[in-house]
Design a protein around this ligand. Structure first.
Ligand SMILES: Nc1ncnc2c1ncn2[C@@H]1O[C@H](COP(=O)(O)OP(=O)(O)OP(=O)(O)O)[C@@H](O)[C@H]1O
Length: 634
């Protein structure tokens, strides 16, 4: 993403002028003009970047001490305000940026999913509130400086380099990049100077800065100092690692602030998991489950956002500690046992890290389970936001299936809100042998499907599965507590042993529709795999179901769409208790097969329509329907 995406370059007196990538311009425009009510957060973003830069250099300098400038006496972030000049400066002695890095990092947005996110924002148009909620989930990063500044100047010297560069912009489409005097530049690291706009003068006041740092950045793992006007520097934050502090000494506000820093999210975490593991491996864990969906939750790269530390030194933010189906969890894992010089390759396949990952996964699932047991309402929100992601684990991690079933929640017929499988199984009817499910686009679509009628009529509960991921896990699911999962739209419905309420029965019993089924099959030929009497229908005359062996109808349709093929022929089921079917059975008995040929095509077309599809030959269907209507009228 950070290839040459800046479009125009022109030479200027001291350097070059570049145009921002189009996304950056859009984001800047949005931030400056519309959606942000809380401008304070710009400081948190700049401090976060400064802290990350320090942590990166801390790690690299372990193997290359020469990267630290002479006289280096610890990492720190320094903030200096000048009320007279209306400027604010944030400096760090971290890794710094080369010329190319400045051009790429401060001219483009490297995060995938950004374009989609911006489109989503644009769609919300004038809906200010929505926009705010959305952008609140999106770490706006460096560019948020332009919410309060008319001009931003960044001077940076990459650690170990003999050159420094300056980046200057007013945030209106272009930035200028030029060499900077070494005397003017930090010995290592980055200095960001904001020329504050007239209405943002408060950010040049020490009291404001102190308040914001305490609120948002008091626990970044690098000390923060405020250079006061009288020349005395005051420490605003000590840089101690929050995650190694005992749980009892940390307040909810401190957790929330730290979550903002590591998670880049501003909601209240739904769950905070803080503990120290001792035993075979020693490590500290401070993790958060957000309460809102991050905008990039379904990004194809499915990356997690756990930061790996080794003995307080930041190592990587992309180590796959938790599986992808827990990618929404944010936070820190700090190992006491791993070597500090972990290479990229070692991160990929490290047995210690794998063990830690297993342990942390156990704990996250256990904590989710506890929340589900103790606070169903809070857990419902977590499941609303992340259930679809957790369910990916049902097919990606078969060894975790049973644990995931325990925390999984489902919508079902007959119940509002979420239901656990445990509750479902406990409420199963006498003679019910399976956990029934229906796949569909939405709850409304599922509830309207004719295949469901016989189940509802018998008071049977059916899982309503509407997430795209459902079609995948349920195919390979073996069952829960010995009860298999069974699709309501596949195979023969085994409902005969479960009685219908008396009201739904026909007084004179079911008509024998066997000969009619044979006649319909003869008329339809290969269009259908079979025609048979249905136990699953109550009020509709017909429906289509998948044959016994193979895929569920919806799964098959999804797969056929994916491969461009056609789903295999379905079974047409007819309702022996339905007036129309009974009448047709009579016609067939009296006048023979050919008398129901027209009806066969219409019934099949009708079943397809009920399934959300067009009749196979719409013109033929319309013509036959027209003839029938005319006959009815005439
Ligand atoms: N003080 C700094 N020192 C070194 N590099 C920096 C500094 N500030 C920003 N950068 C670089 O610029 C990049 C872009 O920063 P920005 O804040 O826009 O996004 P981010 O930090 O990557 O993501 P986000 O803030 O959205 O989580 C950073 O990833 C980093 O590489």
């Amino acid at each position: 993403m950070t290839t040459d995406t800046t479009t125009e370059t022109t030479a200027t007196a001291g350097g070059e002028r570049h145009a921002f990538e189009a996304e950056v311009s859009r984001l800047l425009h949005l931030m400056v003009h519309a959606v942000y009510s809380n401008k304070d957060i710009f400081l948190r973003e700049l401090i976060s970047n400064a802290a990350d830069a320090c942590e990166k250099l801390r790690y690299l300098s372990l193997s290359e001490p020469g990267l630290l400038p002479p006289g280096h006496d610890g990492f720190r972030i320094e903030i200096a305000a000048d009320a007279a000049k209306n400027t604010l400066t944030i400096s760090d002695n971290g890794i710094g940026m080369s010329r190319e890095e400045m051009k790429d990092n401060l001219g483009t947005i490297a995060r995938s999913g950004t374009r989609a996110f911006l489109d989503q924002l644009a769609d919300k148009g004038g809906e200010q509130k929505q926009g705010q909620a959305l952008i609140g989930q999106f770490g706006v990063g460096f560019y948020s400086a332009f919410m309060v500044a008319d001009r931003v100047r960044v001077v940076s010297r990459k650690a170990g380099s003999e050159e420094a560069f300056a980046w200057v912009s007013d945030g209106k489409g272009t930035f200028e990049l030029s060499p900077a005097d070494l005397a003017e530049a930090p010995a290592a690291g980055t200095r960001v100077t904001l020329e504050l706009s007239a209405d943002a003068a408060t950010y040049a006041e020490e009291a404001t800065i102190e308040r914001i740092v305490r609120e948002y950045s008091a626990h970044v793992p690098v000390p923060i100092r405020l250079a006061a006007a009288d020349g005395e520097a005051r420490e605003l934050a000590d840089g101690a690692a929050l995650w190694v502090k005992p749980k009892a000494s940390v307040t909810p506000e401190e957790y929330k602030e730290f979550y903002g820093h590591v998670g880049g999210l501003w909601d209240d975490p739904a769950l905070t998991i803080h503990y120290r593991a001792e035993g075979r491996h020693e490590y500290s864990v401070l993790l958060f489950v957000p309460s809102q969906k991050p905008f990039d939750l379904f990004d194809p790269d499915r990356r997690g956002r756990i930061r790996l530390y080794v003995r307080r030194v930041f190592i990587a933010d992309d180590a796959a500690i938790l599986p992808a189906w827990l990618r929404f969890v944010r936070g820190v894992v700090d190992s006491e046992d791993l070597p500090l010089n972990l290479s990229r390759e070692m991160l990929q396949q490290n047995p210690v890290l794998e063990q830690i990952g297993k342990g942390v996964t156990n704990r996250v699932l256990a904590e989710l389970g506890k929340l589900a047991d103790n606070d169903a309402e809070a857990y419902a929100k977590v499941w609303d936001a992340f259930g679809a992601v957790i369910k990916e684990g049902l097919y990606e991690a078969p060894e975790r299936r049973d644990e995931i079933y325990k925390v999984a929640r489902f919508q079902t017929t007959g119940h509002d809100g979420w239901r656990s499988l445990g509750a479902y199984v406990a409420a199963m009817k006498e003679n019910q042998t399976a956990i029934y499910y229906a796949l569909g686009e939405s709850r409304a679509a599922v509830l309207a499907s004719p295949q469901l009628e016989g189940y509802v009529a018998r008071g049977l509960e059916v899982l309503v599965l509407t997430d795209p991921v459902d079609a995948f896990w349920v195919r390979t699911a073996l069952g829960y507590e010995g009860k298999p999962f069974k699709s309501i739209s596949q195979g023969a419905a085994d409902l005969d042993l479960i009685p219908l309420p008396a009201a739904a029965e026909q007084p004179d019993g079911d008509t024998d529709v066997g000969p009619l089924a044979v006649a319909l099959k003869a008329a339809l030929g290969d269009k259908v795999a079979a025609v048979r009497a249905s136990a699953r229908l109550a009020t509709s005359a017909v429906c289509l179901v998948a044959s016994d062996y193979g895929l569920d109808r919806r799964t098959e349709k999804l797969m056929a769409r994916g491969t461009g093929g056609a789903p295999s022929s379905a079974v047409l089921e007819i309702n022996p208790r339905h007036e129309l079917i009974r009448a047709l059975a009579k016609v067939e008995a009296e006048r023979g097969e050919t008398a129901v040929a027209d009806a066969a095509v219409l019934l099949y077309g009708q079943a397809r329509i009920l399934d959300g599809e067009a009749p196979e030959d719409p013109a033929d269907f319309a013509a036959r329907l027209g003839r029938l209507m005319q006959a009815g009228l005439g």
